[in-house]
Design a protein. Structure first.
Ligand SMILES: [Zn+2]
Length: 242
């Protein structure tokens, strides 16, 4: 299965949470320790876990350090307000990666920008962005059993997209919710199509999840990292072995 994080620039904390989770798994495997009361050697037998902790590296760089990190897109990012704290979600070209997938791509949605923007511009065509294309290529190559995308915030689990959502998805989401206290939800408006989990479900007819980690205002502060990581450890582990 596949875990991936930081589709949105200002959601960089998800990268750190995922890397820490990966590190904990490796540590426990190496030392023969149980993690969240689970025997990892047994639980992960026959499994391969993929981690892509930073889907949108240029967006994260802009969110953290401003437009001067955007290379040849510096002027564009500056004009679009990339130096305003807490604003940047897109990649350096002003395309929102999590709206650039081929899942309801042409769905009319009032309020979504039709040109490069700090957030929610879906791009000229599905997979127009190298980040999107690379992630789709990885999925086509490995045919994951299921995938999970980490975002912030809201303490919610999204699990459905259209008619190809597999019947087991809802129950899996409920098990994951029970391990974390998160809510099982369905997104609305612009967040309800064009995202990675939507595309994965629609393309492979297998489960795809979005976890909205933590609670507060994006970007969540670095000081939330350990707290969120501890709260979702068991959920991520169940997700890995389910
Ligand atoms: Zn997000």
């Amino acid at each position: 299965m596949l875990f991936c994080a930081a589709f949105h620039g200002q959601e960089w904390i998800t990268s750190l949470i995922l890397l820490r989770f990966c590190e904990e798994i490796c540590f426990c495997l190496q030392k023969n320790l149980r993690m969240a009361e689970i025997d990892l050697h047994r639980g992960l037998q026959g499994r391969t876990l993929f981690f892509v902790p930073l889907i949108n590296p240029d967006g994260v760089e802009i969110a953290l350090s401003g437009s001067h990190t955007a290379g040849r897109y510096e002027t564009l990012v500056w004009q679009l307000g990339g130096d305003i704290p807490g604003r940047w979600q897109a990649n350096a070209r002003g395309v929102d990666i999590n709206h650039n997938f081929d899942a309801g791509f042409s769905t009319p949605c009032p309020g979504m920008p039709d040109a490069p923007a700090p957030r929610r511009y879906r791009g000229g065509s599905p997979e127009s962005e190298p980040e999107t294309a690379a992630l789709c290529a990885l999925c086509r190559k490995h045919r994951f059993r299921h995938v999970t995308a980490l975002h912030t915030q809201g303490e919610e689990i999204y699990w459905d997209y259209g008619e190809h959502t597999p019947p087991q998805s809802r129950m899996m989401a409920e098990i994951l919710a029970s391990a974390s206290g998160y809510a099982v939800s369905s997104p609305e408006g612009a967040a309800s199509f064009g995202g990675f989990k939507d595309w994965f479900i629609d393309t492979f007819h297998r489960p795809g999840f979005t976890f909205e980690l933590g609670r507060g205002e994006n970007p969540l502060p670095l000081s939330d990292m350990l707290k969120i990581g501890n709260q979702v450890r068991e959920m991520l582990l169940l997700d890995a072995i389910m």
